[in-house]
Design a protein around this ligand. Structure first.
Ligand code: NAP
Ligand code: HSE
Length: 439
């Protein structure tokens, strides 16, 4: 019998995710090798500071401070880009693909910013690009869309795609916890991005939404073409108001395609979800995604969305796919590179087509006639008020007004916010939360 093929793996990045991959791949190596019929050799890893003390031990001779040396090393078959960022990560990814290697990536920011270039490089040079870990941590949502649900078109995909934000919102809701220490804990647990504003301002979710929209619809949507709002203005009082109205609050990505009009909309924002919605009850670092296909109906996926172990699980699944690809050669839809067909060239939905109900929180002067002036602005934009909750605001002489609306649309609400901001009685920028009317 011939010796099994040995595949050399290089990790560019040995931080939270890289160390998780090393640890779990080493622990389960024999079983994986026997299932795949190849030898897997964790050959090299690149870091910024080779002298740093790390939780997972690695022989010093395997470390380099030059990730490009791994990408260009002819003995390395599989390059895992686990550094983050979009400059050196792009160079490493493109270099490895130009050598025809398999690149495994957890880097959603890179895919969102440079996806077309990366896919073109893979196709031109015979390389392959796998990215299961880039969206929803340990949930195999990329595989679900590319493989399990390939028979479908997708009128709606929505869900929680950022573990850090869901962890923060859960702590605020359940323990009335202040924002800053909860964010610090999410960082300590290895959930947050190196630049945490990517998490809390919604951009990380937007990067992931762009990847899902591309897989589902074959269209690259840039964050600049989406509504992207983060969680930093949500207060414990918003949770209390939402609960009074029968809702929870989650940061969601919402990707909808009107199949009749061929309009696509991709948005990221805090969302009121009915307390009975399963996703409203997904807490902590967990992510959850609802995918509605025109053939299958609605399917639901949940699991840890960030952190060392969940993310390592997704990276190792890509390494296993890479091993199968390198052992058996190209072929088969299951192992094809990530080329999403441009399905029907849909266009982005205009603001009037994006419709839902809204929650509006205003801090106003507590004076006669103020509520009437607010209502009049909304009436002029044909925004119909469904309910009003008034309570004292922290500032003396001010009141907090929470208005919910009947169904309206993005253009009407944008104009309403602009006009409300100009009222002298409105003391700070209004906070808008959209309602998730998904049933
Ligand atoms: P991390 O803990 O900050 O680790 C980054 C690693 O890359 C470190 O080992 C760092 O070296 C190395 N590195 C950074 N810049 C480098 C450079 N210029 N040259 C050489 N090495 C460099 O980050 P992470 O949390 O593991 O995230 C890595 C990637 O996975 C990111 O794209 C992130 O978005 C993605 N991701 C993370 C998670 C998660 O839960 N953490 C989940 C899914 C996806 P040093 O150790 O010497 O600093
Ligand atoms: N910072 C990201 C999150 C990591 O919290 O979801 C996983 O992509």
């Amino acid at each position: 019998m011939s010796e099994p093929l040995t595949l050399n793996i290089g990790l560019c990045g040995f931080g939270t995710v890289g160390q998780g991959v090393w640890k779990h791949l080493s622990a389960n190596l024999a079983e994986l090798e026997s299932r795949l019929g190849v030898k897997l050799n964790l050959a090299r890893a690149a870091v910024r500071d080779p002298k740093k003390v790390r939780g997972v031990k690695i022989p010093a001779r395997k470390l380099t401070a030059d990730p490009l040396a791994i990408a260009n090393d002819p003995s390395i078959h599989i390059v895992c880009e686990l550094m983050g960022g979009t400059t050196l990560a792009r160079q490493v990814t493109l270099a490895a693909l130009r050598h025809g290697k398999v690149v495994v990536s957890a880097n959603k920011a890179l895919i969102c910013e440079h996806g077309p270039e990366i896919i073109a490089a893979a196709q031109k040079h015979g390389g392959h690009f796998f990215f299961e870990a880039s969206v929803a941590g340990g949930i195999p949502i990329i595989k679900a869309l590319r493989e399990g649900l390939v028979a479908n078109r997708f009128p709606r995909i929505y869900g929680i795609l950022n573990g850090t934000c869901n962890y923060i919102l859960t702590q605020m809701e359940e323990h009335d916890a202040p924002y800053a220490p909860v964010l610090a804990e999410a960082k300590r647990l290895g959930y947050a991005e190196a630049d945490e504003s990517l998490d809390v301002d919604g951009w990380d979710t937007a990067h992931k939404a762009a990847v899902l929209a591309w897989l589902a619809h074959g269209v690259w949507v840039k964050p600049g073409q989406m509504i992207v709002e983060g969680i930093s203005r949500i207060t414990p009082d918003d949770f209390k108001n939402a609960a009074t109205l029968g809702f929870g609050i989650k940061l969601l990505a919402v990707i909808t395609r009107d199949l009749a009009r061929n309009e696509l909309s991709v948005r990221v924002h805090p969302t009121l979800l009915p307390a009975s919605n399963v996703i409203a009850n997904v807490s902590g670092v967990f992510n959850a995604i609802s995918v509605t296909g025109d053939v299958v109906g609605t399917t639901l996926y949940s699991g840890r969305g960030a952190g060392q172990d969940a993310t390592a699980s997704a990276v190792i699944s890509d390494i296993a796919d890479a091993a199968a690809l390198l052992k058996h050669g190209k072929g088969g839809h299951l192992l094809g590179e990530a080329s999403a067909p441009a399905r029907g060239g849909c266009r982005l939905a205009p603001p009037e087509s994006i419709r839902c109900r809204y929650y509006l929180r205003l801090t106003v002067k507590d004076q006669p006639g103020v509520l009437a002036r607010v209502a009049s602005v909304m009436a002029r934009q044909k925004v119909s008020i469904a309910s009003v909750i008034q309570s004292p605001a922290a500032t003396p002489g001010a009141a907090s007004l929470v208005l919910t609306t009947h169904q309206s649309n993005e253009r009407a609400m944008r104009d309403t916010l602009k006009l409300l901001g100009r009222l002298g009685a409105v003391l700070e920028a209004p906070l808008l939360i959209r309602s998730g009317d998904f049933d």
